[in-house]
Design a protein around this ligand. Structure first.
Ligand code: PLP
Ligand code: ZN
Length: 500
């Protein structure tokens, strides 16, 4: 729809102007720093940063009801820069002009309600939000759209040139970073560091296809992260890990979309997210709080963070009920099918601690919960989801397993409706499905396939056929008819079909 066709009172709000002032805020010493420089940690104390809007009153001056209308009408615009995360421009990056926005089709991912059979199996109503339907097939694109729009803005204003974007990754960060960097060639190039043999072949092919320099490092993600941190401290590179606070801003769009798709009524909603480096759960909490403070939603939904038993430092931290006694201790990770979350020392842990406290305070009670699940549960629930019309990756399976655990522990009330983050596309992690089906999981995963969930192709080759078609050697005439009939007969026999 064209601007002039919208109601007159909404027209002035449809196109956001770039304005406001943003600063980095250190979560250690509380100091503020300007955004003219790319910063990842506090130059004074080394702690992680969050980006802060210095003119939040601007957002409160517009009533919540009007914001809702602005976003709902904006959804009808055909302006690419406003189709993705920047539909919520004022909340995500008010200083970014629309001309600098990098939009590759990310965000606006669907909420898909589980069918009756799966809801009965779980014992409650729930949706998957399919973030695997992003351009690089994971939610990481939301954060990259934000970080690269900012980089693009700096390139356009001449405050940056010849950027080398660099990141450590469990697979999806590098796929997303390399994709967005390749859109900005030749001014931007990318390099990614991956733990050797700890990303799937699909994830490895993604940055290679985008033209990134790809380095495989011995060890696990936590080791890669240290190498990348060393590089970003010593050399002139742009760090694209979620340590980069611009990533968090973009990922907040996930919460805004849930709010909008549920008509801003989050009274009985529980949002379930997997936790790895903890950037995602940080963004999800931060997003809901911003909408709450602006009066766009009137309830903060429950947040359920899920970890595998094989990589559970955040879960362990919150096991101590007395906040004063909690001490964070990194864990040594074990093999996990939720491989993108196989992280023992999450970079965003200080952000989680800070935001969980604020979230519960604003909500006026405990609204954040942490559960852990087994590798077996992750695989079984992933396969169950996908047998019921979903495209959940292992982390989507982890969320479903987490929902089952949360229901068992009474974290969800009867009327609660859950929204599960299916953070990537099933195809990225199909190797785990193959291992399950072939009963070839290495012992360290502790997964034994359930016969009823195993599936395998059947090679059909009736014995009474002496010739079958082959590429370049088709069958003809009677021979071909005999082949078709024999095959159809064999398949009908195996499927137990009856003649009409
Ligand atoms: C990165 C990632 C996660 C974990 O997100 P964090 O922000 O690191 O906690 C979960 N699932 C998938 C598919 C991912 O790529
Ligand atoms: Zn500091």
């Amino acid at each position: 729809m064209k601007i002039e066709d919208f109601p007159r009172d909404i027209q002035p709000y449809l196109l956001p102007s770039h304005e406001g002032k943003m600063t980095y805020r250190c979560l250690g010493c509380n100091k503020q720093f300007g955004i003219e420089r790319l910063l990842y940690v506090c130059p004074d104390c080394g702690q992680v940063l969050l980006l802060e809007d210095q003119t939040p009153q601007r957002l409160k001056d517009i009533p919540g009801r009007l914001w809702q209308q602005i976003f709902d009408y904006r959804r009808m615009l055909n302006i690419p820069a406003l189709k993705g995360i920047y539909r919520y421009h004022e909340f995500i990056g008010p200083v970014i002009p629309l001309e600098a926005v990098v939009y590759l089709g990310e965000a606006h991912t669907p909420l898909v309600e589980a069918n009756l059979s799966l809801q009965q199996k779980i014992g409650g109503r729930f949706f998957f939000k399919n973030d695997g339907q992003n351009p690089s097939a994971s939610f990481k694109d939301r954060g990259m759209a934000s970080a690269f729009s900012y980089i693009n803005f700096m390139l356009q204003t001449g405050s940056l040139s010849n950027v080398l974007a660099i990141c450590a990754s469990t697979g999806d960060t590098s796929a997303a970073a390399a994709l967005y960097a390749s859109y900005l060639v030749p001014q931007v190039k990318s390099a990614v560091l991956l733990p050797h043999k700890k990303v799937t072949p699909q994830q490895l092919s993604q940055p290679l296809g985008s033209g990134a320099a790809v380095f495989e490092i011995p060890g696990v993600f936590d080791d890669c992260m240290k190498v990348v941190e060393a590089l970003s401290e010593k050399y002139n590179v742009a760090l694209l890990n979620s340590k980069n606070a611009w990533r968090i801003l973009g990922q907040e769009s996930y919460s805004y979309e849930i709010a909008q798709d549920l008509d801003y009524d989050l009274a009985n909603i529980a949002v379930v997210v997997p936790i790895g480096n903890a950037g995602n759960i940080t963004a999800v909490m931060s997003g809901f709080m911003k909408f709450y403070e602006a009066g766009i939603i009137s309830t903060l939904p429950k947040i359920v963070g899920v970890q595998s038993e094989h990589a559970n430092p955040v879960y362990r931290y919150y096991q101590q009920p007395d906040a004063a006694k909690r001490r964070f201790a990194p864990v040594t990770v074990k093999a996990s099918v939720a491989q993108a979350a196989m992280i023992g020392n999450p970079v965003s842990m200080p952000r989680v601690i800070h935001l969980v406290e604020r979230y519960n305070r604003q909500a006026g009670g405990e609204r954040t919960f942490f559960v852990q699940v087994s590798e077996q549960e992750i695989m079984d629930w992933e396969l169950a989801a996908n047998r019921n019309g979903h495209i959940a990756c292992t982390h989507g399976g982890e969320c479903l397993a987490g929902l089952a655990a949360a229901m068992a522990q009474g974290i969800l009330a009867d009327q609660d409706v859950a929204v599960l983050d299916s953070t990537a596309h099933a195809l990225k992690f199909s190797g785990f499905q193959e291992m399950y089906f072939a009963r070839q999981f290495p012992a360290e995963y502790r997964i034994s396939p359930k016969p009823e969930l195993v599936n395998a192709p059947v090679h059909v080759r009736p014995e009474n056929l002496d010739r079958v078609p082959a590429p370049g050697h088709p069958l003809e005439g009677k021979e071909f008819v005999r082949f078709v009939n024999a095959m159809a007969g064999e398949i009908a026999r195996r499927l137990d079909l009856r003649t009409v």
